[in-house]
Design a protein around this ligand. Structure first.
Ligand code: ADP
Length: 479
């Protein structure tokens, strides 16, 4: 039951119904009260008129006995019956000389209203609770030069008959109300359908996502500003998801391709050894050497992929400590020196000040090794690699400059992409996986830093890294 009232449609139905039924109930009460009042008013003015005619007739003579002839008495009986009431005529000694009910004739009637009538006053009273109305009027004789009250007329009657008339009116009112309530129910269902239909449409479209149908387009399904906002955000999320999905597919296909390449080479090398007999020892040695190189390549790709997967865990995997960056860089350069010397490449270190920063030593070392290794790999024999370190109050800056082969302008924006290599053949020779710079960038981002590449093709390349000195977890520890 609770779930029913959680639905937008049922809430709209209830709201419209409540908004409509309240005026109907109020109108119901107002109409019935007004009808009742109008019946009473109408009947009272009728009786008032009739009574004034009677008092005029009974005031013909100065003596009431004279005026109250048997014919007049007969007519009064008739009136009293016609109006469902009782008529009394009281003389100036407060004796009842006519009672259309015959019950109290001859008795004395003393009441304030009767006294007031003998003073010329008119008394009218309607008691709605006891459903009773009463008129007391003076009967006045108007002679040539005198005016005197000869007696009083009392008319009393119940008003139960109003109930009968009201019954009919109530029936009409209930009938009209019934029609209005039916219309209200219909309108509330219809309006709630109109309002909630677009929301349902959006829900249906979004439900398609659950079954993996990402081709659904949920934009422009409603004209509601609020829902459009939700749709736009969801659309962006879906688009982002689709892109992620695509890039995931692309990545898996790239990985398979990259892993298959060394395997194919190994197979070709092994097959050619198997297919020949009496192969000289040197050829064996050479082929096995090549196979070993390919196995190394395969291992490197797998290592890089594992590295990427570890970095994918985000902030969780960060192991931050304060490190002297000058010594940290010098240590990396010492490790790479043999490779540089192998190609007669000069390694230059330049530092402007002592720098201490919060870093993950293992990860950042992997990133910086990669940058400096690349500067050596994509260099010319006898070239140089210059590593310079500087800082300000908030960041430290590492620049790795080489005067190597450089990167063509159109390739520059792609060098951080996974498996991207400018020159596939050369990269193969140098043993690159194409994952290095992508890993570097992820590591720099995990340090809330930035990296950028500048290059002049044929002249050299500079990678600049900027990392905050203090590692403040800006995700608030969520990520
Ligand atoms: P790889 O494992 O092939 O070196 P990276 O992701 O490290 O992959 O680099 C991507 C590509 O960027 C390289 O294949 C190379 O073509 C180019 N590159 C990277 N560093 C340099 C550099 N210092 N000089 C010239 N080209 C570079």
């Amino acid at each position: 039951m609770k779930r029913v009232f959680e639905s937008l449609q049922s809430r709209i139905i209830v709201s419209i119904f409540a908004a409509g039924i309240i005026p109907i109930v109020i109108l119901h009460l107002i109409i019935l009260n007004a009808c009742n009042a109008s019946f009473v008013y109408q009947r009272m003015s009728e009786i008032r008129h009739r009574c004034s005619l009677i008092t005029t007739q009974l005031g013909t003579y100065s003596s009431i006995e004279e005026s109250l002839t048997p014919e007049v008495a007969e007519r009064l009986n008739w009136y009293s019956e016609a109006y469902g009431g009782r008529l009394l005529v009281i003389d100036d000694e407060y004796r009842i000389i006519l009672d259309t009910y015959q019950a109290q004739k001859g008795k004395t009637c003393i009441s304030d209203a009767v006294f007031a009538a003998f003073e010329g006053g008119i008394y009218e009273h309607y008691a709605s609770n006891s459903q009773y109305l009463e008129f007391v009027l003076p009967i006045t004789y108007s002679g040539a030069n005198e005016k005197m009250v000869t007696s009083a007329l009392v008319f009393s009657s119940t008003t139960r008959w109003i109930g009968d008339s009201m019954k009919r009116t109530k029936m009409y009112v209930f009938f009209i109300e019934g029609v209005l309530v039916c219309l209200l129910i219909f309108a509330s269902f219809y309006i709630s359908y109109l309002i909630s239909a677009p929301v349902k449409r959006v829900t249906r479209e979004i439900e398609k996502l659950n079954v993996g149908n990402f081709n659904t387009d949920i934009s422009g399904l409603t004209s509601y500003k609020e829902i459009d906002g939700i749709i736009e955000t969801s659309s962006q999320a879906i688009q982002h998801y689709q892109e992620m999905e695509e890039s995931q597919e692309q990545f898996v296909s790239n990985v398979s391709h990259e892993l298959r390449t060394p395997m194919t080479s190994i197979r070709v090398l092994a097959d050619s050894l198997i297919g020949q007999s009496n192969i000289p020892e040197e050829v064996y040695q050479e082929f096995l050497g090549d196979i070993s190189v390919e196995i190394d390549r395969e291992s490197r790709i797998i290592e890089d992929l594992l590295s990427m997967s570890r970095l994918g865990k985000g902030n969780e995997s960060m192991n931050i400590s304060q490190v002297n960056i000058n010594e940290f860089i010098l240590d990396i350069m010492r490790r790479l020196k043999p490779i540089a010397e192998g190609r007669k490449i000069e390694l230059i270190y330049e530092s402007f000040r002592q720098v201490h920063a919060d870093i993950d030593e293992v990860k950042l070392s992997q990133a910086f090794v990669n940058l400096i290794e690349n500067a050596i790999k994509y260099n010319r024999d006898g070239g140089y690699v210059k590593v310079s370190l500087d800082s300000d109050h908030a960041y430290f800056y590492l620049k790795v400059t080489d005067n190597g082969i450089g990167i063509p302008q159109d390739a520059l924006p792609h060098v951080f992409e996974r498996f991207y290599r400018v020159d596939k053949a050369r990269s193969r020779v140098t043993g690159g996986t194409g994952l290095g710079l992508s890993i570097v960038r992820t590591i720099i981002l995990l340090h809330y830093g930035v990296i950028k590449a500048e290059s002049t093709y044929g002249e050299g390349t500079t990678f600049t890294v900027r990392i905050p000195l203090n590692h403040v977890d800006i995700t608030g520890g969520l990520g």
